[in-house]
Write a protein that binds this ligand. Structure first.
Ligand SMILES: Nc1nc2c(ncn2[C@@H]2O[C@H](COP(=O)(O)OP(=O)(O)O)[C@@H](O)[C@H]2O)c(=O)[nH]1
Ligand SMILES: Nc1ncnc2c1ncn2[C@@H]1O[C@H](COP(=O)(O)OP(=O)(O)O)[C@@H](O)[C@H]1O
Length: 204
């Protein structure tokens, strides 16, 4: 039987750099895990593609999927829905491959209760001033949305204690390296390795 893959959940406050760090991890091409593309009802931004950045869906389609139990988790974030399609995550983990989620904190807490064996990583800002500045400089939102994201970010930082690891996003490269080390270490944990070698051990 194939060993189930590890579920890795990257979360943290709005504007801390989750998307940037996730992209840098996947662009490095070194990691052997799958990115779970989220579904959202928010408008597609310039340069984004349906089925690559997100599955862009209507509110009705999204709510139908909630009803049918098709989402591992979902959250309403700044007036839009965001969620993780369940089937892809299950199928990929069962095939033995690790799955990487980059989601906001409420969704991460839902995953925590449904799949507690996952590895939960909280990305932290160097300080609040820097977090504010990152939210402001993203430049993709109107001022009112920026304000909402800021307020939310402060609440979100309080959720850090529910995570397994805290990684500071001072420089993207540092955060990426720390996350890679965490995932490598998780693969070396004895219960996992013992499972992989169970057959050999039984024959000893
Ligand atoms: N709960 C949940 N949050 C998600 C999901 N996908 C993305 N998000 C989060 O939704 C928030 C807004 O994402 P987005 O509109 O793309 O903006 P940006 O990532 O801040 O540029 C971010 O905090 C994402 O991490 C998901 O499937 N579930
Ligand atoms: N380590 C970093 N140093 C400086 N700026 C960063 C860093 N990481 C991300 N940023 C910038 O901060 C802003 C928010 O990043 P983003 O990835 O959209 O955050 P999130 O997905 O957590 O909302 C972007 O303008 C991004 O370029």
């Amino acid at each position: 039987m194939t060993e189930r893959g590890i579920l890795i959940v990257l979360s943290g406050p709005s504007g801390v750099g989750k998307g940037t760090v996730r992209k840098a991890i996947f662009d490095s091409g070194e990691m052997d895990f799958a990115y779970s593309i989220s579904m959202t009802t928010r408008k597609m931004r310039a340069g984004e593609k349906d089925g690559v950045d997100y599955f862009f869906r209507s509110k009705e389609e999204f709510e139908a999927l909630i009803e049918s139990g098709g989402l591992l988790e979902y959250a309403q974030y700044v007036d839009n829905y965001y969620g993780t399609p369940l089937k892809y995550v299950e199928d990929t983990l069962n095939s033995g491959q690790d799955v990487f989620l980059e989601i906001e904190v409420n969704g991460a807490m839902q995953v925590r209760s449904k799949m507690p064996e996952g590895v939960f990583i909280f990305l932290t800002p160097p300080d609040i001033k820097e977090l504010k500045s990152r939210i402001m400089h993203r430049g993709t939102d109107e001022m009112a949305v920026v304000e909402k994201r800021l307020e939310k970010a402060v609440e979100e930082i309080k959720m850090m204690r529910y995570y397994d690891y805290a990684v500071e996003n001072d420089k993207v490269e540092n955060a990426v390296n720390k996350i890679k080390h965490i995932i490598e270490s998780e693969h070396l944990k004895v219960p996992r390795v013992v499972n992989q070698y169970r057959k050999i051990i039984e024959e000893m």
